[in-house]
Design a protein around this ligand. Structure first.
Ligand code: PMP
Length: 358
């Protein structure tokens, strides 16, 4: 007999993308940034490592919150640091959803939301997206209104599209919280700072951000939430006291203070993204216009798994994804390739390989 809670026994567990530990891979599968973090981050890490590692870190991440508040034009009380934005999403789930509450999220989308709801023992429901990744409000609003928590990644993954602010406001549950997961927000055409938090849905809105993508820091695990102080103070009760270590706090503080570095990498990635789009289109792929550091590509041949495997045989990793129960997909299962934007050289290698394989 299992000793685990039934919720855990029933769960398959979230499957992250492959992280090969040997060298020689062109890694375009988990939306990391191909460029290194700001040199100021490395200095800050060195300084933190030479510092007082025998002592616990600042449980409130005060220096980080001050630095972030300046950049985002909000007050430090509106910010909660976390051990990657996935941890922030966990804190939000545990804080707002009890076992009788319902959590919703778009589908196809980031599947971790579903895992988090299952771990919590809360009910979850998918908000089905249309074939062009838009919303059918008549279909989804009756579900949204029953929810305590709605997670929306904006831009979305795996599609890379971004919804309008008006769309998002309408998806706010009347008696619940809307979480905008902006893991890829910095790659979009007009990234916003903290101004959305002044909107009419102010105290029902949480925005999450990560340092894993635009700031090139997937290796240190750092993300944060932005919300009204009444929400942040509640979330603080849920988090571990020392959820962010001294090294990652120092790294994230230096990273957010070097906006110029981050933005110049984002600009390079956006340029490479358009080059990849054109090449994929000329190979017959359909590509969703992306506001992120990845693209969702499907091919009329439907041979996505074969393409993924043939690329892998050449040590090029992209993400082969399948989403069952999609009413508008072939045989009700959507599949395709999610390709992270690498350096120009990496993308050139990928295009050459795809030209041979397709
Ligand atoms: N949200 C979305 C939509 C993501 O794709 C990811 C990356 N897998 C995350 C959040 C988590 O990012 P991290 O935990 O590295 O901050």
């Amino acid at each position: 007999m299992s000793l685990f809670r039934p919720e855990i026994d029933r769960l398959a567990g979230y499957m992250p993308g492959e992280q090969p530990q040997d060298t020689g891979w062109t890694k375009l599968n988990t939306n990391e940034n191909p460029y290194p973090p700001s040199p100021r981050v490395l200095e800050a890490i060195n300084e933190a490592a030479r510092g007082r590692l025998n002592l616990y870190p600042d449980p409130h991440g005060t220096r980080f919150r001050k630095a972030a508040a300046e950049v985002l034009n909000v007050d430090p009380d509106w910010i909660l640091p976390g051990n990657g934005s996935d941890e922030v999403l966990t804190i939000l789930t545990r804080s707002f959803a009890g076992t009788s509450d319902q959590i919703a999220f778009p589908y196809p989308s980031y599947i971790l939301y579903e895992t988090l709801a299952d771990l919590q023992g809360a009910r979850h429901v998918r908000l089905p997206l249309e074939p062009d990744w838009s919303w059918n409000f008549e279909k989804v609003m009756p579900i949204v209104e029953q929810c305590k928590l709605v997670f929306i990644p904006n831009p979305n993954s795996p599609s890379g599209n971004r919804w309008t602010w008006d769309d998002l406001v309408s998806l706010t549950p009347r008696h619940g919280v809307l979480v905008l997961d902006e893991a890829y927000g910095d790659f979009a055409d007009h990234p916003h700072r903290g101004e959305l938090l002044n909107s009419t849905i102010g105290t029902r809105l949480v925005i999450t951000r990560t340092f894993s993508k635009s700031y090139s820091l997937a290796g240190i695990r750092f993300g944060f939430a932005m919300a009204h102080p009444s929400i942040i103070s509640g979330l603080r009760k849920m988090k571990d006291s020392y959820n962010c270590d001294a090294i990652s706090l120092a790294a994230a503080t230096a990273a957010i203070q070097d906006q110029e570095w981050m933005q110049s990498n984002v600009a390079r990635i956006r340029t490479t993204r358009e080059r990849l789009n054109a090449a994929l289109a000329s190979l017959g792929f359909h590509v969703v216009p992306s506001q992120t550091n990845f693209v969702w590509a499907t091919h009329p041949s439907g041979e996505h798994k074969r393409l993924y495997e043939a690329l892998k045989a050449k040590k090029i990793l992209v993400r082969y994804m399948t989403f069952p129960d999609v009413s508008w997909a072939n045989a009700q299962t959507l599949d395709g390739l999610r390709i992270t934007i690498g350096t120009d050289d990496e993308i050139e290698l990928l295009i050459r390989a795809l030209t041979e394989i397709v």
